[in-house]
Design a protein around this ligand. Structure first.
Ligand code: ADP
Ligand code: TRP
Length: 338
């Protein structure tokens, strides 16, 4: 029997930070380990999705490779035979299927997408690409018959849209597409009721983010470890003195440091609750600096040639699968003889 497909993509338009690492990259690597042998895992870089809002195009190609290296340094096993890694733009079927899907997607439903509204839906000069973003995402998913799409909260709406679109087209043309599971089942599959959300070190009521201009609050994976330790030492806390048992509602800064400690050093025996803030920061600063030093060493050791060889082989293999689906769709809509 064919293995069920888990499919997920992470955009590549800029460097990753600690929030991306702990909230998205590490969970993907863990998912690969958990499901090795049972599922097919499609892990791709949606490079065509990276300029729906303006970027520095001179950096895109290298950034895509660099971000793939981050996955390898984080532990993604590229020799695992059920794991495919690929770049979206290397498989033209993604763009071709998008056009066909466009003609069955409704202007109204796309206008209601939260990400589109948040990123500029009211602006006359917003790109059509941003509007169309979920349709390309639907093509990414439907080409491979993927049932499981582990994404963050902000992308769930796009997965629901993909389901609606697939069912609409199946109703018209027969069972063309595998319909992804609904959001409730997806959440169950990922097995985490509460997604990890690392906070900004400066404004801990907000998430750590590269989209916001907040360099002192954000630890980039390429930060100098000593500089990163300084950012931890000057993290915003509150006016209590002892760590105790902080929650994100009332003491987000301290809760964030405790969370970073737990995720980067799960086996630690440190008793944080008895510590002063100064001691907590010392411990977390050291853990973060050590993590960055190790991570950057592993990153520098990733063999680019080996990665490119794997990418090219997987891009050929996934092109074949994608083209089979595309041909089926072309026949169904009358572009090819049936
Ligand atoms: P950013 O907000 O920095 O632009 P993205 O929106 O590109 O980040 O997010 C890429 C992935 O990283 C998503 O899966 C998102 O859920 C995850 N992610 C981003 N910021 C954080 C954070 N602070 N904590 C946990 N996960 C995060
Ligand atoms: N839109 C996703 C994000 O911003 C990335 C993405 C593109 C994706 N195509 C996908 C994720 C298909 C899962 C499945 O994070």
């Amino acid at each position: 029997m064919q293995k069920q497909v888990i499919l997920t993509g992470l955009r590549s338009n800029s460097e990753f930070h600690l929030g991306n690492y702990l909230g998205a990259i590490l969970p993907m690597v863990e998912m690969q380990k958990r499901h090795a042998g049972q599922y097919q895992l499609n892990m791709f870089i949606p490079d065509l999705h990276s300029f729906t809002t303006p970027i520095d195009h001179g950096k895109l190609y290298q950034q895509t490779l660099q971000n793939l290296k981050v996955f390898v340094a984080a532990g993604l096993d590229i020799d695992q035979p059920d794991t495919f890694i690929y770049r979206q733009s290397y498989i033209p079927a993604h763009s071709e299927l998008t056009w066909i899907l466009d003609c069955f997607a409704y202007f109204g439903e796309l206008s209601r997408m939260t990400e589109f509204k948040d990123k500029g839906g009211n602006n006359e000069n917003v790109s059509v690409g941003l509007f169309n973003y979920p349709v390309l995402m639907a093509a990414d998913i439907l080409l491979y018959g993927a049932k499981w799409i582990p994404v963050g909260e902000d992308q769930r709406q796009h997965v629901e849209f993909t389901r609606d679109l697939a069912m609409r087209i199946n109703n018209k043309f027969g069972d063309l597409f595998v319909v992804p599971e609904d959001n409730a089942k997806q959440a169950e599959f990922v097995g985490r009721s509460e997604p990890v959300r690392i906070r900004s070190l400066r404004n801990p009521e907000r998430k750590m983010s590269k989209s916001v201009d907040d360099p002192a609050g954000t630890i980039m994976l390429i930060d100098n470890p000593e500089e990163a330790a300084k950012k931890i030492m000057s993290a915003t806390t509150d006016n209590l003195e002892k760590v105790g048992n902080p929650d994100f509602e009332s003491r987000p800064g301290v809760a964030n440091l405790v969370q970073i400690h737990k995720l980067l050093s799960p086996d630690s025996q440190n008793n944080l609750s008895e510590m002063s803030y100064k001691d907590l920061k010392d411990v977390v600063a050291k853990i973060v600096a050590d993590f960055l030093t190790n991570f950057q060493t592993r990153l520098a050791q990733v063999d680019e040639q080996q990665l490119l060889t794997k990418l090219e082989a997987d891009e050929q293999a996934t092109s074949r699968i994608a083209n089979e689906t595309l041909t089926k769709v072309q026949k169904a809509v009358g572009l090819r003889p049936s």
